[in-house]
Design a binder for this molecule. Sequence first.
Ligand SMILES: *Cc1c(COP(=O)(O)O)cnc(C)c1O
Length: 383
Amino acid sequence: MQFRDLPRQYEALKPQIDAAMIRVASSAHFISGPEVKELEKALAEYVGVKHCITCANGTDAITIAMRAWGIGKGDAVFVPDFTFFSSGECPADEGATPIFVDVDPETYNMDPAKLEEAIKKVIADGKYKARAIVTVDLFGLPADYDAIRPICEKYGLLLMEDAAQGFGGNIRGKMACSFGDIATTSFFPAKPLGCYGDGGAIFTDNDEWADLIRSICVHGKDTSNPNDPNAKYNNIRIGKNSRLDTIQAAILLPKLKAFRDYELEDINKVASWYTNGLKDTGLVLPIVREGFYSSWAQYTVQFADRTTRDKVQASLKEAGIPSMVYYTKPMHLQGAFAGTDSAIADCPVTEKLCDTVLSLPLDPYKTHEEIETVISQIRNAVL
Ligand SMILES: *Cc1c(COP(=O)(O)O)cnc(C)c1O
């Protein structure tokens, strides 16, 4: 069994994907080809945001958002402690100090009460200027924006939504990638919407920021005349080389259609098989609160302790079933932050989760039989 069965997805979409790759190869329009614009338009429309700017990966997307806002040295950026490294790496890369905030033990997303405590502490200490919050829509579930947006307003902070895992989720119909003042996503192959290599996108309703982001993505080019073919050689700021390849955009177009047409619905069905089959085992199962919709980047359960988790993972492996620990280490304990103020954090929930979570095999193409196999293996190991 595969953890996320990308070959099976390719089998299902082979004619469209092969045609897309051959079309781009034949046209030789490898950089900024027409498919890139077409994809940006389709993504912006799907998410319900005015601008989508694609870029090289989800990490660049966050860094570029930080740079567009001029976030840097002396600034504090609030980031959940339980996330992939990029969420905190990017603000730090721009010179800012990530302040790690504990998460809700049920949703795995940033705990709004802990967030407000952390903001108050930074303001009281006066060492850093509180500038922005990076929320993460972890494992496919949008963060608690009903609570977090008012906190942003109250303290005058910018909201950056890291939806690398959240693409396709929603809250009462409002789509992930539309909650942040700027939102970012990743098309890394294993994400909810993945391409065949690295890729990413940035979303915003703000015209000025969109312009700035387009400039930063292409060496700080002058964007005042979008039709100027030489704009790339008129560099008005320090930027990056961060673009989505045409071939990736061409692959993403039919994949986005499948994602919208059936994959999102199917992965929710697969997740519900797990929930039904595991609900009487005493494990803590993922909670999707009323009004929320998850795109299920992961199906993550919690065991009583690390020994049990490791024992179950070993027994799954024995049976040929892959599983993953997302994440093994809290952000504030990562060696990269050792000795910095980012290492100072009070995050007992994250510390416990790192010892007890396990993510199970999941994708929209899993069969009921496959999920039953995983469920019975877990039941045998814990009951
Ligand atoms: C994957 C991921 C990223 C980074 O995306 P890449 O495309 O791999 O650079 C950022 N944040 C989160 C939460 C992620 O899961």
